[in-house]
Design a protein around this ligand. Structure first.
Ligand SMILES: [Zn+2]
Length: 775
């Protein structure tokens, strides 16, 4: 928000996505199982590699060795061993002693040791290195270190004894409030599956006493090249040299002829929800978490991809409702959100989490369950889904526009997901095309139907976390029963959203007509006078395909005001901005404009009033409708709006009072303009005198009379399409019976100020901040 009527908010410029072609999709079409945009292959010994050139950050490479072996493969007497192997990797290998590895990590600027450069989870172990590539030998060395990890980790008795302490320390560190909660939650989620008993940190007994033979046995049993991938994404000159390095260091390794198959560990589903009330005195606050577990989806066809998109639309739409609920008076929770997460290889979950006030967990739980049931009973509205569609569209648009600025680590993670979870890598270009094509066809019904997976009978786990005991298991069970009954009996009312009109201009205005037309063939411009007196000048340009920009201006601004009206009127744009200058509250207009690229702004200066716009050619109608609304809206200030604006203005004035730089520029203005009221900084006492009604009236008057305005439109405009719109929405602005704020450029009232007549030297001391400004 602006405090003073000055400054023009920047209008974002986006291009390129609109011209992206839609693709012809067949829902059964298979997504490429070969990753796109990366040099991918399998060596004879089974090792997979992914190599890609990427220059963010420059002169760096993100490397990884991914192993499909984690704690879930451990036997009872091995619990914690997968993680111990990871530690031992950084201790010593056949080629490198501890000393060598530390020296190497130092040379690449990495933090030392295990858990800084590696992660062990239930399903896999990933070693990561970020290496400078300006010295070629470092890259080769780094790949050779990864190659050593793959088969040559030294597991001696001494190595193990030395490492036990570090692992125990980590074990102790994980016994804090967060760690205890996470572990207890994991066990609750995985109950009935081996996963429940295979937390990567393992058992204290095993960490303290496991033998080096047992560790070695695990390492040899599960670390096979056919279960591994090496990934290298970095600022390389070409991928071939890096592939050669990988072949040099890994290629000679002889694979085990008969490695054991990695078993898929099942997680049983359950119809009855599981409940848990955690009381943890160290917990940060009260919270409720509801998880609905589902088997991980196969993502193989376009149809699968489409279903995944529908699910993310569902979560977005649900989150929008949660957001609005949290902003009501006396809400059931401070915040609530839903997200999907892959838990283990065969299992993912939709998880809703809320944080709430003390003793508020039961109320929060009920509200969360009711919202999902409400979607099942009544669905989302078309409008809610169109807002979500537009949001997703703009997200993929940004991703597409910034496709050359992806970080190497992000690409590395994408290839990790491809290797570890079979997630397709189709390339951002195709993904953008696919989303652009599919999003408009995913119906509101399809999105609403995703709520079926969020039933309490669908492997649901409900937990509360409280610093002091309040909710008990029976409370949670009763809430579930109650909400399920309400749903069964259809006693949950539809979502009552803030009313958002479909059309910006509710009644189409009478079309104006052209009373005079002039063509300037030398500059390719056309000038028109419309029947309401508005002067239009347009020209087709070919700088950008996806842009039309316009400015409408009229002479006469704040300098015409008498001093006693100046302060009130200068607050006009700020108060008007809060109410909404286009006839709708900004929050409502935001929903109405979702997915459209049309922005219109206003500015009231000392001598001129302007409105300006930037839009896509396809959204020109919307942009012109906003201009029509600007001219036909009579602003009336509500008490609440004025209160908010005045509070913010007061805070801004206080902030300025504290800022030495503002004091400096104010002093300069004072010297330059002789303490004119126009240039004088606003004081709190001025704010108290502001008349909000007067401020709004002035703003409305500034954009009232179309005959006082000249509008210049340039960009990719096709007159056959643009002209009817111009006549409708600009020509349709009614002309007031008497001229309003008609000023002749040469007769404008000058601002009241006097230039200094002599040289001023002025020193002022501020003790608050040690800043220096040149004089
Ligand atoms: Zn560790």
């Amino acid at each position: 928000m602006e405090l003073l009527p000055a400054g023009t908010p920047p209008i974002s410029k986006k291009q390129g996505f609109r011209s992206l072609k839609l693709v012809n999709v067949d829902m059964d079409q298979l997504l490429s199982d070969q990753p796109v945009g990366v040099d991918y292959g399998i060596l004879d010994n089974g090792l997979r590699y992914y190599v890609r050139c990427n220059s963010k950050p420059r002169m760096r490479a993100a490397l990884a060795l991914a192993v499909r072996a984690g704690s879930v493969l451990e036997e009872e007497d091995e619990r914690g061993v997968a993680h111990i192997v990871e530690h031992l990797a950084f201790s010593a290998t056949k080629k490198y002693t501890n000393h060598d590895i530390i020296k190497f990590l130092e040379s690449i600027g990495a933090e030392f040791g295990a858990c800084q450069n590696a992660v062990t989870s239930a399903d896999d172990t990933v070693y990561e290195l970020l290496v400078p590539v300006d010295k070629p030998e470092l890259l080769s060395r780094a790949i050779s270190v990864l190659a050593e990890f793959s088969s040559e980790i030294r597991v001696s008795k001494d190595d193990l004894e030395k490492e036990r302490g570090a692992v125990m320390e980590e074990y102790r560190g994980s016994r804090n409030a967060t760690g205890r909660l996470q572990d207890a939650h994991w066990i609750l989620m995985m109950e009935g599956s081996k996963y429940a008993e295979r937390l990567p940190i393992g058992l204290e007994r095993v960490i303290r006493t496991v033998s080096s033979e047992t560790v070695k046995h695990f390492y040899k049993k599960w670390y096979h090249l056919c279960n591994m991938a090496v990934i290298a994404v970095g600022d390389f000159s070409d991928t071939q040299g890096v592939v050669e390095l990988i072949k040099t260091h890994f290629g000679q390794k002889i694979p085990d002829p008969d490695p054991p198959l990695i078993p898929t560990i099942q997680v049983p589903s359950h119809d009855e929800p599981r409940f848990s009330c955690f009381v943890e005195s160290e917990a940060a606050g009260s919270a409720v978490m509801i998880s609905y577990k589902i088997p991980t989806d196969e993502l193989k066809t376009v149809k699968d991809y489409c279903n995944l998109l529908a699910e993310s639309m569902f979560l977005y739409a649900l989150n929008q409702r949660f957001f609005k609920i949290a902003r009501r008076n006396d809400p059931p929770y401070f915040s609530c959100s839903a997200a999907a997460d892959v838990l283990v290889r065969p299992l993912k979950a939709n998880i809703m989490t809320s944080s709430c006030k003390r003793k508020g967990t039961i109320e929060a739980l009920e509200s969360m369950l009711i919202e999902v049931a409400r979607v099942r009973l009544h669905g989302f509205s078309e409008r809610e889904i169109s807002v979500v569609r537009a949001l997703l569209m703009s997200e993929i648009e940004s991703a597409y526009l910034e496709r050359d600025q992806i970080q190497s680590t992000s690409l590395r993670d994408e290839y990790l997901q491809h290797f570890l979870h079979n997630e397709p890598v189709v390339g951002i270009e195709y993904e953008a095309q696919l989303q652009k094509t599919l999003l408009p066809h995913i119906s509101t019904l399809e999105v609403s139907k995703c709520s079926e997976k969020l039933r309490t009978s669908c492997s649901c786990v409900i937990k509360t976390i409280e610093p002091q005991p309040f909710a008990v298991l029976d409370d949670l069970k009763n809430v579930v029963k109650k909400v399920n009954l309400l749903e069964e009996e259809g006693r949950i009312s539809p979502w009552d959203d803030e009313h958002v009109p479909e059309e910006i201009v509710t009644t189409k205005p009478n079309m104006g007509h052209v009373v005079q037309e002039l063509k300037y063939s030398n500059i390719g411009a056309t000038e028109l006078i419309l029947s309401n007196g508005m002067r239009i000048c347009y020209k087709h340009t070919d700088f950008l395909d996806d842009q039309v920009i316009f400015t409408g201006y009229s002479y006469g601004g704040l300098s015409e005001l008498p001093e006693n009206e100046y302060f009130s009127c200068s607050m006009g744009p700020t108060i008007a901005g809060e109410i909404g200058v286009f006839g709708y509250r900004p929050s409502v207009l935001m929903d109405m404009l979702a997915g459209k690229r049309a922005e219109v702004g206003t500015k009231i200066g000392a001598y001129m009033r302007t409105f300006y716009g930037d839009c896509s050619p396809s959204d020109l109608e919307t942009a012109l409708q906003l201009v029509y609304q600007l001219f036909t809206t009579n602003l009336t200030p509500g008490e609440e709006d004025v209160k908010i604006v005045m509070q913010m203005a007061e805070e801004a004035v206080s902030a300025q009072d504290r800022d030495p730089y503002t004091a400096f520029t104010n002093r300069v203005k004072e010297l330059n303009y002789g303490n004119s009221y126009f240039f004088r900084p606003i004081r709190k006492s001025d704010l108290q005198k502001v008349d909000p009604r007067k401020a709004c009236e002035f703003f409305s008057t500034c954009f009232k009379d179309p005959s006082a305005f000249t509008v210049v439109i340039v960009g990719n405009i096709d007159p056959t399409i643009a002209m009817p719109l111009i006549l409708q929405y600009l020509g349709g602005i009614p002309k007031p019976p008497e001229p309003v704020m008609h000023f002749n450029r040469d007769e404008l009232k000058g601002l009241p100020f006097t230039f200094p007549t002599s040289i001023h030297r002025c020193y002022k001391h501020f003790s608050t901040l040690p800043i220096v400004h040149g004089c």
